[in-house]
Design a protein around this ligand. Structure first.
Ligand SMILES: NC(=O)c1ccc[n+]([C@@H]2O[C@H](COP(=O)([O-])OP(=O)(O)OC[C@H]3O[C@@H](n4cnc5c(N)ncnc54)[C@H](OP(=O)(O)O)[C@@H]3O)[C@@H](O)[C@H]2O)c1
Length: 353
C-alpha cells in the first residue's frame, strides 16, 4: 500500500471535515486505490501538530474536537516552507500540501513545496485569483489541484479540464456561483426585505461572519476568474466588473452597525425585485465571462430560464454552442468541499506518486 504524506493547512470548517473524511475514508481509499494518507502535520494560523511517521486516527479525532471548541493545536509552528522542509528532512521526499485556509499570502509557500517535489491541493481560491504574474505557476501544473475552489465540490473544475483536454475550450462561462447570494435572491422573490434576508442567512450560518464578504461579490469574482484563467483567458481581477450589494459608505461600519444600516438598502432592492417580477423575470446574482472580460452582479432573467435555478454553471463551447453544457446542483457546505479536496488528493497520488 502506498503511503502518501500529507500536511494540512487549516482546521476550520473545511479542514475538520477533511480530517474526518480522511479517517472515515481509509477503507475505501485503500480498496479502490491501494493508498493510505499519512497525515504528518496539521496547522492552524499559529500552531501545528507534527508527527513524522503519521498522526494516528485517535489523535486526529481529538484535533477535530479541539478545533471545534476553538482551542489551539499543539506547538508553535514554523512557517509553511519550514513545515515542508521538516517533512523532507524526515524522509518524505514528496507528499501533498493541502491548503484549506482563506489566506491571501500563500503563494511563496506553495511555490516552495512545488519546487521541492511536493504537490498541492487547495480549496483556497486566493492563490489563483491574485495578479496573473503570481497566479500563473498554479495553472496548467499537474502537481496542483483545486476542484473545491469553484462549485463547492461539484465537479466543475474536472468538467472544464475535460473540455480543455478534448480541445473544446469554452467561449463563454456563466453561472450562479454563490449559494449565499442565491438564497438572498430567492428570499427576496418571496417578498422578504434584503436586510432581513441577510440577517436570516447570517443566522443560518450561510454567510461569512461579516456578510459583506459575500455581498461584495469578490468571492464570486475569484471563482469566475479561476475558470477564465483555466480557459486560457489571462484576465486580471480588474477585467471583471463586480457589483457590490452594499454601498461604499457602509464598508467602514462594524458588523452590528452594518446589519442595522443595511435596512437603508431595502427600498431600492425592493424596487428592483418588483420591476423584474413585472416583466416575468427574477433577479439573480450572475457571473458571465469570456475572453474579453466579465461581469458579476444582479441581473433580471426570465423566471423560466435555467439561469433561475439556484446554483448552476454553464459552459458554451464549440460542441456545446447552441445548448451550453450545464452543471446544476447543490454544491455547498464543508462536507462537499472537503470531498472535492480528497478527490484531488487521490488524483495527485494516483498520477504523481
Ligand atoms: N466553507 C465552505 O463551504 C467552503 C466552500 C468552498 C470553498 N471554501 C474555501 O475553503 C477555505 C476554508 O474555508 P473554511 O470555511 O474552513 O474557513 P475557516 O473556518 O475560516 O477556517 C480557516 C482555517 O485556516 C486556518 N489558517 C489561517 N491562516 C493559516 C495559515 N497561515 N496556516 C495554516 N492555517 C491557517 C485558520 O486557523 P485558526 O483556526 O487558528 O483561525 C482556520 O483553522 C476557504 O478558502 C474557503 O473560501 C469553503
Amino acid at each position: 500500500m502506498k503511503k502518501i504524506p500529507v500536511i494540512l493547512l487549516g482546521a476550520g470548517g473545511v479542514g475538520r471535515a477533511l480530517l474526518q473524511q480522511i479517517i472515515d475514508g481509509r477503507p475505501n481509499v485503500a480498496d479502490r486505490n491501494n493508498l493510505e494518507f499519512q497525515l504528518v502535520a496539521v496547522a492552524d494560523s499559529r500552531r501545528w501538530l507534527y508527527t513524522a511517521n503519521g498522526i494516528d486516527d485517535a489523535t486526529i479525532a481529538a484535533i477535530i474536537d479541539r478545533k471545534k471548541r476553538r482551542e489551539p493545536l499543539g506547538e508553535e509552528r514554523p512557517d509553511v516552507a519550514g513545515m515542508v522542509d521538516q517533512a523532507i528532512a524526515d524522509g518524505h521526499a514528496n507528499g501533498i500540501l493541502v491548503d484549506v485556509t482563506a489566506q491571501s499570502d500563500m503563494e511563496p509557500a506553495l511555490n516552495h513545496a512545488l519546487a521541492n517535489g511536493w504537490s498541492v491541493a487547495l480549496a483556497n481560491k486566493k492563490p489563483f485569483a491574485g495578479a496573473w504574474e503570481t497566479a500563473e505557476p498554479f495553472f496548467g501544473n499537474a502537481a496542483v489541484r483545486h476542484e473545491s475552489t469553484v462549485g463547492g465540490g461539484q465537479p466543475v473544475i474536472a468538467t472544464l479540464r475535460y473540455l480543455l483536454d478534448t480541445n473544446d475550450a469554452p467561449t463563454r462561462i456563466q453561472g450562479q456561483l454563490s449559494g449565499t447570494l442565491g438564497y438572498l435572491c430567492q428570499r427576496m422573490d418571496d417578498g422578504v426585505d434584503f436586510s432581513k434576508a441577510v440577517a436570516e442567512a447570517k443566522a443560518k450560518g450561510f454567510t461569512e461572519p461579516d456578510p459583506r464578504e459575500d455581498l461584495g461579490g469578490m468571492d464570486v469574482m475569484r471563482k469566475v476568474l479561476i475558470l477564465a484563467r483555466m480557459s486560457g483567458w489571462q484576465l486580471e481581477a480588474s477585467d471583471i466588473e463586480v457589483e457590490s450589494l452594499f454601498s461604499k459608505s457602509l464598508s467602514h461600519l462594524s458588523v452590528p452597525e452594518f446589519m442595522a444600516a443595511s435596512r437603508s438598502l431595502d427600498p431600492s432592492m425592493r424596487d428592483r425585485v418588483q420591476a423584474a417580477h413585472e416583466e416575468g423575470m427574477v433577479l439573480r446574482y450572475v457571473a458571465d465571462v469570456s475572453a474579453d472580460g466579465g461581469k458579476v452582479g444582479l441581473q433580471a432573467i426570465p423566471n423560466t430560464s435555467s439561469l433561475a435555478n439556484l446554483k448552476f454553471i454553464s459552459f458554451t463551447t464549440t460542441h456545446y454552442h447552441d445548448e451550453p453544457l450545464m452543471l446544476v446542483g447543490k454544491g455547498a457546505g464543508v462536507g462537499m468541499t472537503a470531498a472535492g479536496v480528497i478527490g484531488d488528493m487521490i488524483g495527485l497520488a494516483r498520477e504523481l506518486f
